[in-house]
Design a protein around this ligand. Structure first.
Ligand SMILES: CC(C)(COP(=O)(O)OP(=O)(O)OC[C@H]1O[C@@H](n2cnc3c(N)ncnc32)[C@H](O)[C@@H]1OP(=O)(O)O)[C@@H](O)C(=O)NCCC(=O)NCCS
Length: 164
């Protein structure tokens, strides 16, 4: 598979990201499973692009978007990473490669919160080097969410987070 090019998301990605967000599988994997409308999504995207503690990344192969990843810098300076592969590109190993590339640019403690029934993402996390945290199971709105952690060799948190 060709390398995935990572770039910061911008306002022009609004339709792409809305399509990913409202995809059935994405919603099933999300904390908030309700579909969002374009107005709400537009506000979310504008705020996200301004936030200093969040980075939204688009992965592209040959100039075509294949997925997205979001990085949230948490209070303890760990980075929570979440990901979505374009619905039409799933099942080809892109999830594995996207997450591997995103994580390779980070340092410090990296966290991924994955629903218990999301086996594909658990496989991706484990293959990337994440381990189920000791206190792995949390419960949000009665949904079981597993917390995976990866401790990068580098100690400076978020050093290589791509700029917005
Ligand atoms: C989950 C998701 C990221 C997987 O992306 P993908 O590009 O299709 O995944 P890959 O092709 O890299 O496959 C990953 C692994 O999961 C396996 N897999 C794929 N779909 C699966 C399923 N429904 N059940 C179990 N395993 C599955 C693949 O066989 C592969 O296994 P392997 O490691 O043994 O080779 C993608 O389906 C997606 O974006 N889903 C909606 C959003 C989401 O779940 N985000 C994650 C939130 S933490």
């Amino acid at each position: 598979m060709p390398a995935i090019r990572l770039r910061p998301a911008n306002q022009d990605d609004i339709d792409l990201l809305l399509r990913y967000r409202n995809d059935t599988q994405t919603r099933a994997a999300s904390r908030n499973q309700e579909p969002v409308d374009k107005h709400e999504h537009s506000q979310w995207l504008s705020q996200t692009l301004m936030r200093k503690d969040r980075r939204l990344i688009i992965g592209e192969i040959d100039g075509l978007p294949v997925g997205t990843a979001r990085l949230d810098i948490r209070e303890d300076q760990s980075i929570e990473v979440s990901w979505t592969v374009a619905p039409e590109m799933r099942g080809q190993g892109i999830g594995h490669q996207l997450v591997k590339q995103v994580v390779s640019e980070l340092s410090g403690k990296i966290v991924a919160c994955i629903r218990r029934d999301n086996l594909a993402s658990q496989k991706i996390a484990l293959a990337t080097g994440f381990q189920l945290a000791e206190t792995g199971l949390t419960s949000e709105k009665n949904d079981a969410i597993l917390r995976y952690e990866l401790h990068s060799a580098e100690t400076q948190p978020g050093k290589n987070v791509p700029p917005a």
